[in-house]
Write a protein that binds this ligand. Structure first.
Ligand code: AMP
Length: 187
C-alpha cells in the first residue's frame, strides 16, 4: 500500500507519517530528511540543495526527480511505503504515478493534513526554537507557505479526480489525528 501525506509545511506530515509507517510496517520515504542529511554530510546533492532549502524554495525537479526514482526503486519499498514531502510538483507526481504504474501499483490513499495558516506559522516558529532548522526563519517560512500554495496545493485537485484524497483535520492532539487516520485507512 502506498500512502501519501500531503499538507503545508508544519502540518504534521512527519509526525503522522512516522506513526503510520510504524503501525503498518512500511518504510517512510521523506525527501526533506534525505536532503537535510545530504546537506549535513556535504554530498554533491547536499551542496546543490542547500541554497534552495535555506531560502524555503523547492529544490529543482532536475535534482529531485532522480532522487525520487532511486528511493522508489529500493527493494524495501516495493510492497508499499509512506511518502512524506513528495511529490510536491506536477512533474514529481507524474514520475511517482508512472513508476508505480509500471509495477502495476498506484497511490492508494492521500491524506491531506488541513491546518490553518496562523497555526502553521506558530508551529514552525516554535520548531525553529527547538530544532534550529535553517529554513524555519520568518522569511523562509513565508516563502515555503507560498511555494506550497503555488506548486503543491494544485496536486490536490489532480489526485481528487481519482477519489483517493482524504481531508484530515490537522489540529488537535497527535493521538486524535492518528486515530482519525487509522479510521480512514481502515487499519
Ligand atoms: P520538508 O522537510 O519536507 O518541509 O522539506 C524541507 C525543504 O527540502 C523544502 O523546503 C525544499 O527546499 C526541500 N524539499 C524537500 N522535499 C522536496 C521535494 N519533493 N521537492 C523539492 N524540494 C524538496
Amino acid at each position: 500500500m502506498f500512502i501519501l501525506l500531503l499538507g503545508a509545511p508544519g502540518s504534521g506530515k512527519g509526525t503522522q507519517g512516522k506513526i503510520l509507517a510504524e503501525r503498518l510496517g512500511l518504510p517512510k520515504i521523506t525527501t526533506g530528511d534525505i536532503l537535510r542529511t545530504a546537506v549535513t554530510t556535504g554530498t554533491p546533492l547536499g551542496r546543490e540543495a542547500k541554497k534552495f532549502m535555506d531560502e524555503g524554495k523547492l529544490v529543482p525537479d532536475a535534482v529531485i526527480l532522480s532522487l525520487i526514482k532511486e528511493e522508489l526503486a529500493k527493494p524495501e519499498g516495493w510492497q508499499g511505503a509512506v511518502l512524506d514531502g513528495f511529490p510536491r510538483t506536477a512533474a514529481q507526481a507524474e514520475l511517482v504515478d508512472r513508476t508505480l504504474g509500471e509495477r502495476g501499483q498506484r497511490l492508494n490513499h492521500i491524506l491531506l493534513l488541513d491546518v490553518p495558516e496562523e497555526e502553521l506559522v506558530r508551529r514552525m516558529t516554535s520548531r525553529a526554537a527547538q530544532e534550529g532548522r535553517s529554513d524555519d526563519t520568518a522569511e523562509a517560512i513565508k516563502t515555503r507557505l507560498q511555494v506550497y500554495q503555488r506548486d503543491t496545493a494544485p496536486l490536490i485537485a489532480h489526485f481528487a479526480q481519482r477519489g483517493i484524497v482524504h481531508r484530515v483535520p490537522g489540529t488537535g492532539t497527535v493521538d486524535a489525528i492518528a486515530t482519525e487516520i487509522r479510521r480512514i485507512i481502515g487499519r
